[in-house]
Design a protein around this ligand. Structure first.
Ligand SMILES: CC(C)(COP(=O)(O)OP(=O)(O)OC[C@H]1O[C@@H](n2cnc3c(N)ncnc32)[C@H](O)[C@@H]1OP(=O)(O)O)[C@@H](O)C(=O)NCCC(=O)NCCS
Length: 177
C-alpha cells in the first residue's frame, strides 16, 4: 500500500456506536462488493485515513478490473459505509492494496471482519499466499495483520515516495488443499 496513515478529522458520523460496544452489539454489518454510489463515502474515509489518499479513479479502476475485489462493510440500517478493503487475486496469489475504517468506528472489529472475509475468499479460491506492504511505522495495522497470521517477510527500502519510508512486506500462507 503506497500510502500513509493520517489523523485528519471527518465530519461526525451520522451513527456512532456506544462507547465500549462491538458493532454486533448495536448494529448489523454487511460486507458486499464496492459500488459507484459508495465512492463519496469511501473518499471521505480515504482522505481522513491517509496523507497520500487514492483518487476516485483509483477506486473506479478497482471496480472495473477483473482480478480486483473491492469490498465495503456497511451498517445495514440506515446504509452507511464504515470501511473498505481492496485486494487482487491473480492465479494462486492474493495482494492487499488498501484497507481503512471510518475514524469514528475504529477499534470495534470492523477491519477484522473484512480480513476474515478476505481469508474465507482466499480459502475458497485455493490461494496459496497473501501479501501486503505496510509502512513500518504503522504499528496498528501491523498488529492487525499479525493477529490474522501475516508475518514479516521483507523490507522494501524507501517504498513510499511521499516520505521515503520503508515498507514491511507481510505474507500469509495457506495450507495446500
Ligand atoms: C488499521 C485500521 C484499518 C484498523 O481498523 P479497526 O477496525 O480499528 O481494527 P479492529 O478493531 O478490527 O482491530 C483489530 C486489531 O488491530 C489492532 N489495532 C487496531 N487499532 C488499534 C489501536 N488503536 N491500538 C492498538 N492496536 C490496534 C489490534 O491488534 C486489534 O486487535 P484487538 O482488538 O484484539 O487488540 C484502522 O485503524 C485504519 O483505518 N487506520 C488508517 C488506515 C490504515 O492505516 N490502513 C492500513 C494500511 S496498511
Amino acid at each position: 500500500m503506497s500510502k500513509q496513515a493520517a489523523a485528519r478529522p471527518l465530519p461526525p458520523a451520522r451513527l456512532r456506536r456506544k462507547a465500549g460496544s462491538q458493532p454486533s452489539d448495536s448494529m448489523e454489518l454487511q460486507i458486499r462488493r464496492m459500488r459507484e454510489a459508495d465512492l463519496d463515502s469511501i473518499l471521505a474515509i480515504e482522505t481522513a485515513s491517509f496523507t497520500s489518499p487514492w483518487s476516485r479513479s483509483a477506486f473506479e479502476n478497482e471496480m472495473r478490473a477483473i482480478y480486483a475485489h473491492p469490498l465495503v462493510v456497511t451498517q445495514a440500517v440506515p446504509p452507511h459505509i464504515l470501511g473498505y478493503l481492496c485486494f487482487w487475486m491473480v492465479t494462486d496469489e492474493c495482494h492487499i492494496l488498501n484497507l481503512a475504517v471510518h475514524p469514528s468506528f475504529r477499534r470495534a472489529g470492523i477491519a477484522s471482519s473484512l480480513i476474515r472475509r478476505l481469508l474465507e475468499v482466499c480459502e475458497h479460491k485455493h490461494i496459496r499466499g497473501c501479501f501486503l506492504e505496510v509502512r513500518i511505522s504503522n504499528k496498528l495495522a501491523i498488529s492487525l495483520y499479525r493477529k490474522f497470521g501475516f508475518v514479516p517477510c521483507g523490507i522494501r527500502k524507501r517504498y513510499y515516495p511521499d516520505t521515503g519510508e520503508d515498507a514491511m512486506v507481510m505474507k500469509r500462507r495457506f495450507p495446500s488443499p
